[in-house]
Design a protein around this ligand. Sequence first.
Ligand code: CA
Length: 294
Amino acid sequence: MTLKPQLLHDSRCLLGEGPVWDHRSQKLYWVDIESFDVHVIDPNGSEHGVINVGEYVGSLCVRGSGGLILALKSGFAALDPETGEVTPLADVESHLPGNRFNDGKCDPAGRFWAGTLALDEDHGEGKGNLYCLHADHRVELKAHGVWISNGLAWTRDQKTMYYIDSPHRTVRAYAYDVSTSEIADQGVAILVPEGMGYPDGMAIDSEDMLWIAHWDGSCVRRWNPRTAEVLATIEMPVARPTSCAFGGKDFDTLYITSASTRLSPEQLAAQPLAGGLFQCKPGVRGMPMTEFAG
Ligand code: CA
């Protein structure tokens, strides 16, 4: 099945990433990592706002106690989107000034997981880590030796976590214990073939299938992680879709972020919507994202 998205906002992000639907406010948040911006938009695309947080912002999640939680270069922090005030919660990698946070998401128990990468990505193999921020703001190292820590997803039965390391083109499966947050590596679930781009961010739908943004692959694909089969393709008008999330009133809309960073003038001329925010109704629903419990 082949699907086409619509442009929701011509936001021209450098590195648009990490869409999160806030079902309380019925708005979508996302980040522009390299512009240090948090974006927010209503589902009609008419009310759009930007908050500059002054440093790399890899990902965000809605916080149950109000506002947002951010994975900043300097660590985990809270953001009040009404005032723009940023409050540090936990220092994580201040001993690694060459690293920054990247993709993150809350697990089914409301812990916020986010990973890091080396700013010098080409020489960053093994330099990234995956962390879990517990509700009491304790930070736990969950995986190390990662290259570009990216998409995360948990299955509906809360027993499996999927995790992407982009340059290795892998989606790994982990046995996951929701009561303790412990993970156990079960190996590669999907190895994205060469020529399909790199797996970046992802969303999981109500049938436990993964919607994966293919960086430099000009598409978002629906994968069955148990068989490594492609089930559907959203053909994007941009080469670098970065991530996706289900949202909308009925969770029937897939919101897709994209990047324009490091494209040549010729490439930018060929894909003028690069960095924009897109939407697509793929015919399957997602589920509400868990809010951060701390
Ligand atoms: Ca990403």
